[in-house]
Design a protein around this ligand. Structure first.
Ligand SMILES: Nc1nc2c(ncn2[C@@H]2O[C@H](COP(=O)(O)OP(=O)(O)OP(=O)(O)O)[C@@H](O)[C@H]2O)c(=O)[nH]1
Ligand SMILES: [Mg+2]
Length: 675
């Protein structure tokens, strides 16, 4: 078992629930390592992270912040991810390029649940992860409560590395369990080494024993010593801690207060000694192949400097002017939030910004070789919330498409689609905040004002009765007249039947060449039926008609067909059809019974539930729900489950809608037409 410290540049993600203090922790790290001379605060809005206007306006992280610093000669890059559950895609993208992750949580028991999906996401990828319990300066902090709750749900054991020392209602310092050294926190300065307080002795021995006991599950030698009551050497303990952390077997727990800079230097020392070297993460990413290989963790379109792609170099050295995937790197930058420092090259392990890689997308693998190797990529989160958007100025429509394509290069969870059925441009993503941040960016970065509203539901209509209808178009005005005459049978088909046109003309009563015109007149009408919606599941049969040798024409027959349809269709007992979706809701099983209420409250139905594969303690609840009831379902699901529930849905079928709800839909459609 090697105890030598890893070398080379390393990168660490900072993740955690919303507002747990990640950006403050990054600021404190930059302060403690001398990268910034004066510490900014989140409340004053002058931190290195969150400098985008969307972030400052909201007082929350809205995109990845990246900063590189040096601590005692080691280069460390931090990737501070936004905590909002709606911006989770950023964390997925960032962790592809890190050697370890810090999960920052507040010291409260009821904050445990929100950290679980993050720990799981890291655990599934085998990324070494530690928990930083933040805000221990607060009087109501409950470290034990948090760890009890989280320990019960975490797949790897939580191993406390520091025993908190109370000071009044808050924490005033800690005993470092492996080294037995005792520190008291100093406001915005390094902690002070002090003597072991006599009253802490027994608790300390217990806590240290517990640490060793948990750790010994991963080492037979250590297990033997623990069982035989032999105290292992410190070096052996450290070696075991480092190895188990590096292999993702344990989740070490450290404490502190990012705001007071407490516990931050201890954390840095931990990272320096225990985060594996970059080649381990490179091995996780995949087979590298020839030449330079790098991966885009996040690409930004900056307003003044063009495109900047924050990337991790996995192998080879990138220089100014190197061609990657056919684009020339026009400048390399070391990142400090939105600030950058020009550098001349970047080698394995470094996380830097490449300027002007015009075709780069978040997640993309870059190479100077012929073909890029296939490396692990982040899953793209499936959308749970949509808005129909439109440029406020009509002339901006083309510009809007271009800007949206750039935004979705930056953020794969942002999807836009032109919907044929409703003639809307629909933006889809992870929630209202996610989409509002995107429309804010359209305004700030591209000067585009957009309006947004709830997307239309693609209702359809069908008929329930068969009717025979005659339609005649005859005009005699001056010279050439117009004449077309058709007899149609309009007949319902079974659900899903679509549209069928049947020609049963005999004896040429309607000449061959006019029959396609009849079909086209029928189809034109079906675009908007008597209720105002496209008609489906209908068969129209042309069974009789008349023509005139001089006055008949295609247009005359088309018109005759449309007349027959518009007179016949309202007699066919039209009915509204609404789209019904199949939905799978993913929730911790304690919430499973509540999903029934959510769906039935929205005219849906639970069909059954099952355990969620790979997610102990979670269920998938399957059901159906009308699309018109789904718009804000994610809001309700999240508020029931502390934000952790999610869903996937797809179109299942069309179903008749009658009564008051149908009347409302039809009236709204008429109003829209009139407007
Ligand atoms: N008392 C106390 N407050 C803190 C501490 N760290 C952060 N805060 C406060 O917590 C709030 C959120 O801090 P941020 O650093 O923005 O949290 P974040 O996790 O980056 O937030 P998101 O990126 O939006 O998820 C701010 O009001 C901070 O001042 C801490 O150690 N102690
Ligand atoms: Mg933040």
């Amino acid at each position: 078992m090697s105890t030598s410290k890893p070398t080379g540049p390393r990168s660490v993600a900072i993740l955690g629930p919303y507002l747990s203090g990640k950006t403050t922790l990054l600021e404190s790290i930059l302060f403690a390592t001398g990268a910034v001379g004066r510490k900014g605060t989140q409340n004053a809005g002058n931190t290195v992270g969150d400098s985008a206007p969307e972030a400052r306006e909201r007082g929350m992280g809205t995109e990845l912040n990246v900063a590189t610093t040096t601590y005692l000669g080691d280069s460390l890059t931090f990737l501070d991810c936004p905590g909002s559950i709606e911006l989770l895609q950023e964390s997925h993208n960032a962790i592809l390029g890190v050697d370890a992750a810090i999960v920052v949580t507040e010291a409260e028991a009821d904050k445990a649940l929100t950290a679980v999906p993050l720990l799981k996401m890291l655990g599934d990828l085998g990324i070494p992860r530690l928990l930083f319990v933040n805000k221990v300066d607060r009087e109501n902090s409950d470290i034990a409560g948090l760890l009890d709750a989280l320990g019960a749900m975490s797949d790897a054991p939580l191993i406390l590395r520091q025993m908190p020392l109370p000071e009044g209602e808050a924490v005033g310092g800690y005993i470092d369990l492996p080294s037995r050294r005792v520190f008291t926190y100093q406001a915005n300065a390094a902690s002070e080494l002090v003597e072991m307080p006599s009253e802490a002795g027994d608790d300390f021995e217990m806590a240290r024993y517990e640490m060793l006991e948990k750790l010994s599950d991963f080492s037979d030698e250590l297990m033997e010593k623990v069982l035989e009551d032999v105290t292992p050497e410190d070096a052996e303990i450290y070696a075991n801690l480092t190895q188990a952390f590096g292999e993702g077997q344990i989740v070490p727990v450290m404490l502190g207060s990012a705001e007071q800079d407490n516990g931050v230097r201890r954390l840095l020392k931990f990272l320096r000694h225990e985060v594996p070297a970059a080649d381990v993460a490179a091995g996780r990413a995949g087979e590298m192949g020839e030449g330079i290989v790098a991966q885009v963790l996040k690409t930004y379109h900056t307003q003044h400097a063009g495109k900047l792609s924050i990337s991790r170099v996995w192998s080879g050295t990138v220089k100014d002017g190197t061609t990657l995937n056919g684009d020339r790197v026009a400048g390399l930058f070391r990142m400090m939030g939105h600030g950058t420092e020009k550098i001349s090259e970047a080698g394995p392990g470094e996380v830097v910004g490449f300027s002007r890689l015009e075709s780069a997308r978040t997640g993309q693998v870059l190479t100077d070789a012929k073909e890029a190797p296939e490396l692990a990529t982040a899953p793209r989160l499936s959308p749970v919330f949509s808005l129909a958007i439109a440029a406020e100025k009509r002339d901006d429509e083309v510009k809007l498409s271009g800007a949206l394509s750039r935004l979705s290069d930056e953020d794969p969870a942002l999807i836009y689609e032109h919907m044929d059925a409703t003639h809307e441009l629909v933006l889809r993503g992870q929630g209202d905040i996610h989409l509002r941040v995107a429309t804010d960016r359209l305004r700030h970065k591209y000067g585009l004002a957009v309006s947004s509203r709830r997307p239309r539901v693609p209702y359809k209509e069908a008929i329930r009765k068969t009717v025979q209808q005659h339609g005649r178009h005859k005009k005699q005005s001056g010279g050439h007249g117009q004449f077309g005459d058709v007899h149609l049978t309009i007949k319902p088909m079974t659900r899903g039947g679509g549209f069928e046109f049947k020609d049963s003309i005999v004896g040429g009563v309607v000449p061959r060449q006019y029959i396609p015109a009849v079909e086209s007149g029928v189809k034109d009408f079906l675009d908007r039926g008597p209720l105002g919606f496209p008609v489906v599941d209908v068969q129209v049969e042309l069974y009789d008609g008349q023509f005139h040798a001089v006055d008949s024409s295609e247009i005359a027959f088309k018109t005759a067909a449309r007349i027959a349809m518009s007179e016949g269709m309202p007699k066919c007992d039209p009915v509204l059809l609404e789209p019904i979706m199949h939905i799978d809701v993913m929730v911790p099983s304690e919430f499973t019974p509540r999903i029934n209420q959510v769906l039935s409250g929205r005219r849906g139905q639970v069909l059954g539930f099952d355990t969620r594969p790979g997610w102990p303690g979670w269920d998938i609840v399957s059901g159906t729900i009308p699309e018109s009831e789904m718009h804000d379902i994610i809001v309700e699901l999240r508020s029931l489950t502390q934000g952790v529930a999610s869903y996937q849905a797809h179109f299942e079928r069309l179903q008749e809608l009658t009564g008051r709800l149908a009347d409302q839909v039809i009236t709204a459609r008429e109003d829209e037409k009139a407007a």
